[in-house]
Design a binder for this molecule. Structure first.
Ligand SMILES: [Zn+2]
Length: 845
């Protein structure tokens, strides 16, 4: 019985999905598909490194065509990539991509898993990857997910031999191959056993070879099959479902066309007993796999045969019968226990779906804070008119049923088509945790996240901490069905919208600058917004600053009466000769009413992430900013910025004292650009703003008349054509990059005016850079251009295209792949000094 308890927990959690959206009530075709899936036993786990690596056609084919339990293990949440839809980077981007993966899985029917690995950005080979990731601890996570999911087959997207490019890709295959063996070995990671999982030997490991156009690694001699097929129950082919699924990766611009007709998938076997004709050769995919379950196969087949699309509720008695029989079976080993629990869970869903019972749990507000009063609503509708009883409602918070005896015992026979609403008022425990993403709650390093317990390994997210369990009875069977509490609202344009219910701090504080750059001895403003998320919030704002800084005032009082009220507070800060760079943080300090000597501190900022294709998200971060002091000379000039895909360069320039205007296309076309000493094009502006090609002549004229035009990196990828007209003389955007942020930078011409005025640039200015040096370097540049730096990743040839500059008429043009957009927000002094020199290039008279 010990096994049973663990397994129920494991399976309950595996079913965790994007809980925020309306519970998808399946139609008759979807229920039939669910029934067919329940009649199968097999499972397959796909393993790769990132959101978007997965083969969504194959996942859709396995899940909805072969009707197997299908999973995708992405080692990372894609935290280190670029964001095509907004400004979120790092942890926030990883959160968006987690939700995009869940949305994709919602389309293709697979389950989603992760390891704790943090996507630290591009790496060229697995040696580089494992110099950052602790190989053993990521391997442990892959093993844990395999032991939890127990796949018959594991499939890697990439080979172990490097043809997958990115070092994290190759690493994912190396880890899958090692985990294939380690998962079955009780001496490997023994502390996992009896913590929710048991040893498991998958039968085979394959590499799903690919044909990426320029690189075709498939071959007719490899095992292959057609995964294109058509599913009449869904009215779609797997290529169409795959496109819907893949198109969820919107932050990466992966809108994908639907494909129809055949689509072959190829496989090379890496481990396990040899498969001759098919990857599942010799694996029993029916209930007959287990002696104890075999007798029930006929019954489930009968349920499929008797299913009536126009009256699914007629299946309820037979499904209840099957459920009871399965419940009574004695499983003799872990494997049987695992499948018994999984099938009971599936049958429970089938009984509810065929019965047409509607269950919902909502809160009257989007958010609440620990200790707040909560108004909950449970709603039940017996839509089929079957004989169903609602015996009890159980209200719970973070898995703990309220002890204040508020559970309602009802024993109510549910009449057909009556909307039963049960209102319930309760108080959230003052100790309830916040509902921010669980992997971001503890501080983490650049290589991995920290999570509170081992059993959370693999989870894509946590369910809402507040839920209602409906205890219902039908056909002599009592079932407990839990609904996470959500918040429901109606938008006049979008209609009904479901939001995840949030538990957030009663008061939050946000510093308005992430990085405060001080290059003089004047006073600079430091400001914060204090926001009440619960009513009647009062206290003081305290700023903590490093040694050598002087604040004009501190302990600034605030008083906010209503939830949603906010106030801006600010102080002035100035450096003395002893000032050191460091961290400034804001803390809200609240005296407890009856114990004035006790001070409660709130130090979190709340950031919301809202996009239409994923449920609303939020993250809590420490209310801190970098405070950086360094010497810098600059000319007083007006700057214009052409926004690109989204970056934080403008506020950084404003902090230096520049007046910066963000130009619209209309302003580029119709305003007098000669007002500006320099114009800077934001990252990927030439990729995202097609009209820039039409402004080419005007921009060149601006340069010819004495302006400086600085273009930040432009991509050369499938995302769109590379523009042909950028600078006054031709150059090509290459895919050259230097990913090692510590790579040596050699100054080719230390005497070049650009490296001497107004700031002297030396190798020291390339110290402390973050993530990488540069991307999409220029190549094949015209001889009018000069280069200034040479750099390369370890083991590679020197590259000079990180910055190319040419005088043109009275002005200057520069293209740069150096990642100013990363270094400026990170407060890297050298990046500021170099960019200021570019802005200040003198006129060529
Ligand atoms: Zn990838």
């Amino acid at each position: 019985m010990k096994f049973n308890a663990y397994l129920f927990i494991a399976i309950f959690l595996m079913a965790a999905r994007s809980y925020s959206q309306r519970a998808d009530e399946p139609n008759a075709a979807a229920i039939l598909l669910e029934l067919q899936k329940c009649a199968n036993m097999g499972s397959v786990l796909y393993i790769a490194a990132h959101p978007d690596d997965e083969n969504t056609r194959l996942l859709a084919y396995f899940s909805k065509g072969m009707k197997l339990r299908t999973g995708y293990l992405s080692l990372t949440r894609g935290d280190g990539g670029q964001n095509l839809i907004g400004k979120e980077q790092g942890d926030a981007l990883g959160l968006i991509r987690t939700q995009e993966l869940l949305a994709a899985r919602h389309k293709d029917g697979a389950e989603q898993f992760f390891t704790r690995a943090n996507d630290f950005g591009f790496s060229k080979n697995p040696t580089e990857t494992f110099s950052i990731w602790n190989k053993d601890s990521i391997l442990a996570d892959v093993v844990y997910v395999i032991r939890k999911f127990r796949p018959d087959i594991i499939i890697c997207r990439f080979p172990t031999t490097g043809e997958g490019g990115h070092g994290q890709h190759t690493a994912s295959a190396i880890l899958a191959a090692e985990a294939f063996t380690a998962a079955a070995d009780s001496t490997r990671f023994p502390n996992q056993l009896h913590d929710g999982v048991n040893v498991w030997q998958p039968r085979r490991l394959f590499w799903n070879t690919f044909n990426f156009g320029e690189l075709n690694l498939t071959s007719p001699t490899q095992l292959h099959f057609d995964a294109g097929g058509y599913n009449p129950l869904l009215g779609e082919s797997y290529g169409e479902i795959a496109a819907e699924s893949r198109s969820m990766h919107k932050s990466q611009g992966f809108g994908t066309p639907r494909t129809l007709g055949e689509g072959y998938e190829y496989f090379k076997q890496l481990k396990g007993d040899s498969a001759r004709t098919a990857i599942f050769d010799g694996i029993d995919l029916s209930w007959k796999r287990f002696k104890v379950l075999a007798p029930l196969q006929r019954q489930i087949n009968q349920c499929i045969k008797n299913f009536k699309a126009d009256a699914p509720e007629k299946s309820v008695p037979a499904l209840c019968e099957l459920y009871k029989k399965l419940l009574q079976l004695n499983a003799s080993n872990y494997d049987e226990t695992f499948y018994k629990a999984a099938k009971l869970k599936e049958l429970q869903q089938l009984i509810l779906h065929t019965s047409g019972l509607w269950l919902e749990a909502t809160a009257s507000t989007l958010s609440a804070s620990p200790g707040d009063t909560l108004f909950l609503k449970a709603e039940v509708v017996n839509r089929s008119g079957l004989s169903i009883k609602l015996n009890k409602l159980l209200y719970a918070e973070q898995g703990i049923v309220y002890s204040d005896n508020t559970d309602s015992t009802l024993s109510l026979s549910l009449k057909a088509q009556i909307d039963y609403v049960f209102k319930h008022t309760t108080k959230l425990s003052p100790h309830v945790g916040y509902s921010d993403p669980y992997w971001l709650r503890l501080p983490h390093t650049s290589d991995a996240f920290s999570i509170p317990k081992q059993t959370m390994i693999g989870w894509p997210e946590l369910k809402s901490p507040v839920n209602i369990t409906f205890q219902i009875e039908l056909n002599g069977l009592e079932l407990k069905e839990t609904r996470q509490v959500v918040y429901k609202t109606t938008d006049p344009v979008k209609g009904e919208i479901y939001h995840p219910f949030e538990i957030i701090p009663p008061v939050t504080v946000e510093l308005l600058q992430n990085t405060i750059v001080v290059t003089d001895t004047f006073s600079h403003e430091i400001s914060a917004i204090v926001r009440a998320n619960s009513s009647n919030q009062q206290g003081t704002v305290h700023f903590y600053v490093p040694i050598g800084w002087v604040l004009s005032e501190n302990n600034i009082p605030y008083s906010l009466k209503h939830k949603g009220n906010e106030v801006k507070v600010h102080a002035l800060i100035r450096q003395t000769s002893q000032a050191i760079s460091g961290k400034v943080s804001a803390s809200l300090e609240v005296s407890t009413f009856n114990r004035p000597q006790e001070v409660k501190r709130y130090t979190k900022s709340l950031h919301r992430i809202q996009y239409d294709h994923i449920p609303d998200q939020f993250i809590l971060t420490d209310a801190t900013a970098r405070l950086v002091a360094f010497p810098l000379q600059r000319k007083d000039q007006k700057i214009a910025y052409i926004p690109g895909a989204g970056d934080e360069v403008v506020p950084c320039l404003r902090q230096l004292g520049y007046s910066v205007t963000e130009l619209t296309n209309e302003q580029i076309a119709n305003s007098d650009l000669s007002l500006y000493g320099a114009i800077v094009a934001g990252v990927r502006a030439y990729n995202t703003n097609e009209q820039l090609q039409q402004h080419y002549e005007k921009l060149m004229q601006y340069v010819a008349q004495g302006g400086n035009l600085i273009v930040q990196y432009i991509t050369n990828t499938r995302l769109g054509p590379t523009p042909s007209k950028i600078g006054p003389y031709p150059f090509v955007i290459s895919r050259d990059r230097v990913t090692d942020e510590k790579a040596q930078v050699r100054l080719l011409h230390p005497d070049d005016p650009l490296l001497n005025s107004p700031n002297k640039i030396t190798a020291h200015d390339f110290e402390g850079w973050v993530q990488e040096r540069g991307i999409y370097f220029a190549s094949n540049y015209d001889t009018h251009y000069r280069t200034l730096f040479s750099m390369n990743d370890p083991g590679e040839q020197p590259k000079e295209g990180s910055l190319i500059v040419a005088p043109y008429g009275k002005g200057n043009f520069a293209y740069t792949g150096l990642v100013f957009f990363r270094e400026l927000p990170a407060g890297v002094p050298g990046a500021y000094r170099l960019l200021v020199n570019l802005l200040s290039m003198p006129r060529n008279e």
